[in-house]
Design a protein. Sequence first.
Length: 150
Amino acid sequence: MSGETDLIKLYSGQILQLAAAIPHTDRLPTPDASVKKRSPLCGSTVTVDIALKDGVIAQFGQDVKACALGQAAASVVGANAIGRSKEEICAARDALKAMLKEDGPTPPAPFEGLEVLRPARDYKNRHASILLALDALAEAFEQIKQSDCA
């Protein structure tokens, strides 16, 4: 029974508020890259569209079909994605992964809001869903890089 209670506590009011207010939920009509990522454990999916200008995200759209934890992560990412470079996205993704897997430091600004997901570190089956938005963004940058080299 305490396992269920701990899981209920994980879904704090702050996480639920973030999940209910995901920004940039309209897909882009002509993105430079579009990536869909899926968590095999729970089936959560996040699709991101980006358009770049001068190496940073100028336009961002996302379609989020995930648990509340994945939605909360996508909310924080969506609120801060515009104006970010590939390096900033990758640093946030790597820090979030370390925070979840190794109790590492909070992701750097402007993604420090992901700290709210720290209690999920004890729920390894939720990590993939939490990482979906940043994983998809990092892959979108890679997609653009590959297309530029043709």
